[in-house]
Design a protein around this ligand. Structure first.
Ligand code: NI
Length: 128
């Protein structure tokens, strides 16, 4: 048995338990890895920074709340259950007017601020 509901000994992970352990927005935490990809949980609140990922697409899956992914030519609005892939190299700036809980899927080593850097850059965190 384990003390943490987010990481069971049997390898089962739970989204709700994982997100309950995340207390700050814009700080992705690794849920699992699959091959060369990380599946991350994250809370989003407020406006992020404009950036792109020159080397990779980035998948957003919204669990709760409404997430606007601002692109240079339009906004993509995601609600619970919606999935969107930002293509590699495309500038985007996520905005959440209320708290959003989301899952991100991207290659290991992908940095949240992409090519922009700055103070919002957050190293991937582990749940334990
Ligand atoms: Ni991004």
């Amino acid at each position: 048995m384990t003390d943490s509901p987010a990481r069971h000994d049997d390898g089962v992970r739970n989204l709700d338990a994982a997100l309950a352990a995340v207390d700050q927005p814009w700080q992705p935490h690794r849920l699992v890895s699959v091959n060369d990809y990380d599946v991350k949980v994250v809370k989003l609140l407020g406006e992020f920074v404009w950036h792109s990922h020159p080397e990779t697409d980035e998948l957003f899956l919204v669990l709760d709340g409404e997430l606007t992914i601002q692109l240079r030519d339009r906004d993509v609005v995601l609600g619970p259950g919606d999935v969107y892939v930002v293509p590699r190299g495309v500038e985007h700036c996520p905005r959440a007017d209320g708290e959003v809980r989301a899952v991100l899927v991207e290659p290991q080593g992908t940095v949240n601020t992409g090519d922009a850097g700055g103070h919002r850059t957050s190293a991937l965190r582990e749940l334990d």
